[in-house]
Design a protein around this ligand. Structure first.
Ligand code: GH3
Ligand code: MG
Length: 362
């Protein structure tokens, strides 16, 4: 049998006759082994690293060394090393002490017949222990992998959720989120009877900025405006990009009067800001519509957005660069706003067509 498959037995024994006896006992068995015998502390320690035993058979009493110290040294090196005392009669107390200290077993010299079977039992138990430990380690490893996978899934979900709710250019909330947020505020307002306002802002003549300075420049202007709007709003307001150059701010707890003041501040701040970069800067003008609930009556949340778009249309028609609410549109129109959405949709379409026609002529 190849050397590496032989059981490597280190024998700590000073008595030649006993050593011979143990050797013969092992030969009689079917254990295939390589035996190294040592008698002193130094040789024992050296053999642990040079010989690297699988198993130690140790006497208890030696002239210059003792079995318990050998056991301690061996266990320090490798806590799993099989260590069997083979000794003359030992008291029960000592036998218990050896096991407490980590000995695998003890065999009395006058019962040497047990040696081979004890060694085999110890080997089987050690193999089982190893298997159990490997299985446990594999389990821990798998748990760890699952944990990592789990946190990756959580992170991906968070990213996906963010992607689903945010506008990629400006990082603001997107159209979908805004509609849901307005819906939610609408129900909350009806339930708790506190007001809320929607501020819709649209850049005046933004198309011409794209036309003159290019689409990329237009993009950076949109990003800067988004940042400005975001900076000016309170933490619990929702700021989003509703469409191309149209932004919406949802302000819970804010009535029309407060919202109008806020919208004026936004308009003022945007007007004085320099948009663009070092090479090119532009001034922006915006038109702002303010709708508030319950000041503006609406049967559904979506009606508020319709009203805002109509007010915005009127603000543009009046030359832009202004804040409008239903207070600024003519009475008949305000009433019309509150009527059937079908009629208001037709009006909205008509206005859009008029606007397109006007632009075509420009
Ligand atoms: P008005 O004063 O009536 O609001 O006119 P306007 O030019 O601002 O509005 P219009 O609806 O005629 O055109 C909007 C322009 O916004 C046209 C479109 O190319 C541009 N736009 C929309 N989304 C983006 C974008 O993500 N990036 C850039 N650079 N431009 C955009
Ligand atoms: Mg515009």
């Amino acid at each position: 049998m190849a050397d590496e498959n032989r059981l490597r037995i280190l024998q700590l024994e000073d008595n030649d006759i006993d050593a011979e006896l143990i050797g013969r006992e092992l030969q009689k068995s079917d254990i295939v082994f390589t035996l190294r015998r040592v008698q002193t502390r130094d040789d024992f320690i050296a053999a642990l690293t040079e010989f690297v035993p699988d198993l130690i058979l140790a006497d208890y009493r030696l002239p210059q060394f003792d079995g318990l110290t050998a056991l301690r040294i061996a266990k320090e090196r490798d806590p799993d090393l099989i260590f069997i005392f083979v000794s003359g009669a030992i008291g029960e107390e000592f036998a218990i002490e050896t096991l407490k200290q980590g000995a695998t077993d003890y065999v009395l010299k006058d019962r040497m017949g047990r040696l081979a079977s004890e060694i085999k039992r110890a080997l089987t138990e050690a193999a089982e222990r190893r298997q159990r430990r490997e299985a446990e380690e594999a389990l821990i490893q798998r748990d760890r992998q699952l944990e990592t996978l789990n946190s990756e899934i959580v992170a991906t979900n968070r990213r996906l959720k963010r992607l689903a709710l945010r506008d990629p250019l400006t990082g603001l909330y997107n159209h979908r989120y805004l509609t849901e947020a307005i819906e939610l505020e609408f129900f909350r307002t009806r339930r708790y009877a506190h007001p809320f306002s929607v501020i819709m802002a649209d850049i005046d003549y933004f198309k011409s900025i794209n036309d003159v300075y290019g689409h990329l420049f237009g993009d950076s202007v949109l990003k800067q405006l988004a940042a400005q709007l975001n900076k000016m709003m309170r933490r619990y307001d929702i700021v989003g990009r509703y469409g191309g150059e149209e932004f919406i701010m949802v302000c819970p707890g804010v009535d029309r009067l407060k919202a109008l003041a806020l919208a004026q501040r936004l308009l003022g701040a945007v007007t004085i800001y320099n948009f663009g970069d070092k090479k090119q800067s532009v001034k922006l003008k915006i038109s702002v519509a303010v709708v508030s609930y319950p000041d503006d009556r609406a049967a559904r949340a979506i009606d508020l957005i319709d009203i805002a778009e109509r007010i915005l249309g009127d603000a543009k028609k009046a030359g832009g660069n202004r804040v409008y609410s239903t207070l600024d549109v003519s009475d008949s129109k305000a009433v019309a706003l509150k009527q059937s959405t079908k009629a208001s949709d037709i009006n909205l379409l008509r206005e859009k067509l008029e606007k397109l026609d006007k632009r075509g002529k420009e």
